[in-house]
Write a protein that binds this ligand. Structure first.
Ligand code: MNH
Length: 459
């Protein structure tokens, strides 16, 4: 006999929609997990959503033979811009397979290694800015890491310079993308009748989409007309064929995937770097340990690709940051059959949507012990990390639909954060700052301000 899945009390017409915080639904999911435990379900204006928070259940629904990614909610709205691009394609859409097979090698470790100097070009812009602004400047790390991440992905994928570091405000394109992502989230949670009267928001939403599409289409068209002797991702998409079907990507699909990289490749990495600064500043002894490792390996010379393998504590800090604060906080799958999970305990219907709550799952004491809530990079050192149970650390998703940009993000964060810690003494402007969250498609720290004092040698 299965047990009913707990559900908070519903309100007529609204179901549980009012249980979710308008601006930061992430807070509500945390609260609901505290109240209802490893599993609960919500009725979101006619749509049933099952949420799992424990490691055991998350691991079970990470079985691709039984469950498959489903694009729902905010991600469904993001399709308004990027259609069936890699991130937002439904599993049955053929463009996913074509783009996936064609792009996997282009995002492989070796290919990404070849992007090192382009990544450095952009990273240097951040380092120079902080150095020149000096120790008294008040820095919004989230903004500057967004500049780094977005400029890096644009430069590496399509050799286009967004030049975000050369304007005081974020460039028009960045603003349009941020607003588009926030509004996509809001649209997903708005009842239809309300959406219909949101005229102003819709006009702005459509204008943002148009602006971004125009840039991507222009970049593709320009490259087609004027090829350059460079093998970036755009070149791969224009000139390779899917090894399985022999098909080329259509121009529309190329443009939608370029925008996909920009979306998927900037908030995720920039949020991760901002969380990393937060955790290191909250734990000065971990910062000292990381600093000592970097000083010993690098001294004052430039960080190189080969150094990443010699900085195990840096890697552990990165892993631990993503465990506690996955910037993609939820993933959705659907069941391929009527089934049960939890050893027969909970009945699941074919087609039910289940979300994996990464923040809860990656703090499950059953895996991480009593100090699961603590920032403890030591538990992520090589050896221990490999010995974790399957899917216990899953900030990049899983299976066929796992993150294609993982090697890219890893290299970028190693380079940027390794250099930042090497060159600056960071501090909070307000030492009593506690973590606030901003949510769009991803989550990141909000309202955090830091200072970055260039280190004089020997400190
Ligand atoms: Mn990324 C998919 C997290 C950096 C491009 N990414 C995913 C998924 C997660 C994820 C989780 C799976 C989502 C789902 O199941 O619905 N991604 C991250 C994190 C970082 C990240 C935590 C950085 C830190 N991602 C990047 C970068 C790029 C990128 C950088 C691009 C250059 N990610 C993608 C794409 C997909 C994806 C594309 C979709 C892959 C697919 O479905 O085939």
């Amino acid at each position: 006999m299965s047990t009913p899945i707990p559900q908070p009390p519903t309100i007529p017409f609204m179901g549980n929609a009012t249980a979710l915080d308008r601006d930061v639904p992430h807070h509500s999911f945390t609260l609901l997990a505290k109240t209802y435990g490893e599993i609960y379900q919500l009725d979101l204006v006619g749509r049933k959503l099952i949420c799992v928070s424990s490691y055991a259940l998350s691991n079970e629904v990470s079985d691709e033979k039984r469950f498959q990614k489903r694009v729902v909610g905010a991600l469904q709205e993001v399709r308004n811009l990027v259609g069936d691009g890699l991130f937002t394609a439904q599993p049955e859409e053929p463009n996913w397979g074509i783009a996936h097979r064609l792009l996997m090698p282009a995002f492989g470790t070796l290919a990404v290694k070849g992007m090192m100097e382009e990544m450095r070009d952009i990273a240097n812009q951040l380092l120079l800015k902080w150095e020149r602004f000096g120790p008294d400047a008040m820095i919004d790390p989230s903004e500057d890491f967004t500049r780094v991440a977005l400029d890096t992905i644009a430069y590496c994928s399509m050799s286009h310079r967004l030049n975000s570091f050369y304007t005081e405000q974020q460039p028009e394109f960045t603003v349009a993308m941020g607003d588009f992502l926030s509004e996509s989230g809001l649209r997903a949670r708005r009842p239809r009748v309300l959406q219909a009267v949101m005229r102003g928001a819709t006009v702005k939403y459509e204008a943002d989409i148009k602006l971004m599409k125009k840039l991507a289409d222009r970049i593709v068209a320009t490259r087609k007309a004027h090829p350059i002797p460079k093998h970036d991702l755009l070149d791969t998409m224009l000139n390779s064929r899917d090894p399985k079907t022999g098909q080329a990507m259509t121009e529309q699909s190329i443009s939608e995937n370029l925008l996909t990289f920009l979306i998927a490749g900037h908030e995720t990495s920039s949020g991760m770097m901002t969380f990393m600064v937060y955790y290191l500043l909250k734990h000065p002894e971990k910062m000292r340990k990381l600093r000592a490792e970097i000083d010993e390996v690098l001294g004052e010379r430039l960080i190189q690709y080969d150094d990443f393998g010699k900085l195990p504590y840096l890697i552990a800090v990165m892993r631990e940051t993503l465990r506690l604060s996955s910037t993609v906080p939820v993933r959705a799958v659907t069941s391929l059959e009527d089934t049960t999970i939890g050893g027969g305990k909970y009945a699941i219907k074919k087609g039910d949507t289940i979300t994996i709550q990464a923040w809860q799952m990656q703090r499950d004491p059953a895996v991480w012990g009593d100090d699961a809530e603590e920032f403890e990079p030591e538990r992520m050192l090589d050896g221990k990390f490999e010995a974790l149970p399957p899917n216990a650390w899953q900030p990049f998703g899983f299976g066929a639909r796992a993150c294609i940009g993982r090697a890219f993000a890893w290299q970028e964060v190693c380079l940027v954060m390794g250099s930042v810690i090497q060159k600056f003494d960071l501090s909070f402007v307000d030492p009593s700052y506690t973590l606030q969250i901003k949510q769009t498609l991803t989550v990141k720290p909000a309202d955090m301000r830091i200072r970055a004092a260039p280190r004089t040698s020997g400190t």
